[in-house]
Design a protein around this ligand. Sequence first.
Ligand code: TYC
Length: 119
Amino acid sequence: MSEPKSPAVPPVVRPAHEDDDDGTVVLERRTEKTKPPQMYQVVLLNDDYTPMEFVVFVIQEFFGKDRDTAIAIMLKVHVAGKGVCGVFSRDIATTKVNVVMEAAQNAGHPLQAVAEPID
Ligand code: TYC
């Protein structure tokens, strides 16, 4: 037998009966209630001063990319002005941005990272 698809199906109410459930009716919610969480892309921004090798290091170290992928992302940023390093939940994206900015500051480079909500 196939299950009813909609919550609008009228409940079956039975009279209370010995050894029974007192006529309790449980209505099952079948409509989707939770939305997937908003995700964020972490983007590196180009500047004229941060060494390419430092950007490659950052992408490998903090975004888990292999060297070839890190070079490709770095060059994308260098040419296009920005490039995506990864997509994360809000907390993880914020942490990635902070870690990148702190590493850049400690190394004396002006590299900037931002988290942008995606569709
Ligand atoms: N434009 C920098 C240079 O020529 C390299 C660079 C790449 C800087 C990516 C930042 O996010 C960046 N040294």
